[in-house]
Design a binder for this molecule. Structure first.
Ligand code: AMP
Ligand code: ZN
Length: 605
């Protein structure tokens, strides 16, 4: 038996609640005679605290709104639940505040809002299915190591997922692994990045993709990025991509050329809407490779037919000849296969807003042809810049997470560095910034441990908690101060994931460890860890080896160490000792151990 929903149908003088989609009630305004002008979504119950999501900003009659509110509160009380978290539209909070002014049991909380690139607005997230979210994040092309910039989209998607779960939503998350189809320069014709890497490194395609997928996963683990429910690989979906492209051709959305099957962008009236005002940028992307016979500049390859007779490592038979899928096709096919035809949120780096995602939308909406937007929310993280430009492999200056770790920076300090900026702002990365974040995290972790006292290190500090659960615990502990702090964390996070604001209030509180009893700090730290993934209360001073000063060149030190190792191998102890002294003049101290020589910088930490 499914659990009885907390709030059910209701027939009043001014308003009616009637079952609509599963898990949601529609609101009719009986005063104005308008139907379906709002909705009510009973959420989960934690202890003595229930969550109900409502949208009533579309209801003209104040009496109808008041009656909806009364209907909800009386049903919640009748169920014997003492406290209600009411998630409302921002626009009509005033109508609730006046109604609930004297009612201590109802807490109004703002709805989760995010920047939707579609329309470039901050919007409330309303999911297709009540209480559930389908989330797809464009994943890495596994032809080389992911750099620090590449990590930003996944830490960002992880923050989004944490915010949704904190609000009691069940999230189905997919990140794809691009192991075929992404060509150099994001083009439609030319070399496949993975195939090129295989040739350059003299390793098989499988070895290449396995190796770079593993190191990508290792980095995500070090950054406390929660793994998605699915990691689909493009190569495993090629037959479905062929079927998808065949449907588009059959419906007249695509035309064959010797170079492959091309999508006809003129058939989509809303083509390019996501790119917004930046149509020029979109055209720029589309101009990358002029293809003979293309009808419009923006038309793109669904299938790339190999016409040069050269043997490829990755090639498939298709109705359009031997070839490989176009890059954009994979994300449409994998996301729909795993999340259903329509889903809620699609994320990626900002560079995808002008080309990749525009084309994903065009082909998916053509394929579905149901007159509805394919995905409602498109979210993009801004770039991590380095030396004045987007950090990119092609631009040369890249750093990996491993490079930061070699400098002595804790991986979670890099996570913290990312959270110190809003995802929608560009971030100018420097090594100094990473070193500062390391020191800041070390200090924050120490203060939080001091506040937790004997509770430091407890496994429970890592247990995820929802807003309703945390507030319920605050009520059990009888602490309005804790409840206020939880609501402050919540307010920063649900307002478009302003993690930097969340960290700022946390930093203030951490300066006064005795401002809350330990039991309350425990709840607060659990909430912080749920939202930030920073493992506070779990990190110890020993986890923070001293970071390297900027004047130490790691590569130079490693080279000297290798030379010294060769000297030791031939038992040239005099040379080995001279090198040790030379390094000491640069503050590098060596320690020869059975497991090898370790080095550290003297006078630090
Ligand atoms: P790729 O492996 O090239 O497909 O990139 C993986 C993800 O990283 C994509 O979502 C890109 O938009 C994103 N990305 C690439 N470079 C940067 C950067 N410098 N800053 C932030 N995101 C980036
Ligand atoms: Zn994609």
């Amino acid at each position: 038996m499914p659990p009885t929903p907390l709030v059910g149908p209701f027939d009043g003088a001014s308003a009616r609640l009637r079952p609509a989609e599963p898990g949601r009630l529609a609101v009719d305004d009986l005063v104005r005679g308008t139907v379906g002008v709002g909705w009510v979504e009973p959420g989960s119950v934690a202890g003595d605290t229930a969550t109900v999501r409502v949208s009533t900003s579309g209801i003209a009659s104040p009496d109808a709104v008041a009656e909806v509110l009364d209907a909800i509160t009386s049903q919640v009380r009748a169920a014997g639940i003492a406290r209600l978290l009411l998630e409302t539209d921002d626009e009509d909070r005033d109508r609730y505040t006046t109604r609930t002014g004297g009612d201590p049991d109802v807490t109004l909380v703002p709805a989760l809002r995010v920047t939707n690139s579609l329309g470039r607005r901050v919007q409330r997230v309303v999911t297709r299915d009540a209480g559930a979210v389908g989330l797809y994040s464009c994943g890495p092309t596994v032809y080389s190591y992911q750099h620090l910039g590449n990590m930003r989209p996944y830490v960002f998607a992880d923050s989004l997922k944490r915010a949704l779960q904190w609000r009691g939503m069940h999230v189905q998350h997919v990140i794809n692994i691009t192991d075929v189809g992404h060509l150099l320069k994001d083009a439609d014709q030319g070399e496949d990045k993975v195939e090129e890497a295989s040739r350059a490194e003299g390793r098989s395609v499988e070895e290449i993709t396995r190796h770079y997928t593993q190191t990508y996963w290792d980095d995500l683990r070090s950054l406390n990025v929660m793994f998605p429910d699915h990691w689909p690989k493009a190569t495993e979906y090629v037959p479905r991509m062929i079927d998808f492209a065949a449907v588009l051709e059959e419906r007249g959305f695509a035309y064959p050329l010797p170079a492959g099957l091309y999508f006809d962008t003129a058939r989509q009236p809303g083509y390019g809407e996501l790119a917004g005002l930046d149509f020029d940028g979109m055209l720029e992307g589309a101009r990358v490779d002029p293809v003979e016979g293309k009808h419009h500049k923006t038309d793109f390859a669904l299938w790339r037919t190999f016409t040069d007779g050269r043997e490829r490592l990755m090639q498939w038979e298709s109705p359009w000849g031997l070839g490989a899928p176009g890059w954009h096709l994979e994300c449409s096919v994998m996301s729909m296969s795993l999340l259903g035809d329509h889903f809620d949120i699609h994320t990626g780096g900002i560079d995808h807003r002008e080309l990749h995602h525009v084309n994903e939308i065009a082909q998916s909406e053509a394929y579905l042809s149901d007159g509805r937007p394919w995905v409602r929310y498109w979210m993009h993280n801004e770039f991590l810049n380095f030396g004045g430009a987007k950090m990119a492999k092609s631009a040369g200056g890249i750093l990996r997470l491993a490079d930061l770790v070699a400098l002595g920076v804790h991986p979670l300090a890099y996570r913290m560095l990312l959270l110190q900026s809003h995802y929608g702002s560009q971030l100018a990365f420097t090594e100094q910034l990473a070193l500062n974040a390391h020191v800041a995290l070390k200090r924050l972790a120490a203060r939080i441990s001091e506040a937790l006292g004997a509770a430091t290190g407890g496994d429970g500090l890592r247990e995820p908690v929802t807003l309703a659960e945390a507030l319920d615990e605050a009520a059990v502990l009888g602490s309005s101060e804790l409840a206020d702090r939880l609501l402050a964390l919540d307010a920063a996070m649900v307002d478009d994931l302003h993690t930097e604001r969340l960290l700022a209030v946390l930093s203030d509180w951490s300066r006064a460890p005795s401002s809350l009893p330990v039991a309350e700090w425990e709840v607060l730290v659990r909430a912080v860890n749920t939202l930030t993934g920073l493992d506070l209360g779990r990190l110890r001073p020993a986890d923070f080896v001293p970071p390297l000063p900027a004047d130490i060149d790691v590569a130079w030190v490693e080279d000297r160490l290798a030379e010294r190792e060769s000297a030791r191998a031939v038992k040239d102890w005099a040379l080995a000792d001279r090198m040790r002294d030379e390094l000491a003049t640069r503050r590098i101290r060596l320690e020869d151990t059975p497991s090898g020589t370790h080095w550290y910088v003297a006078g630090e930490g």
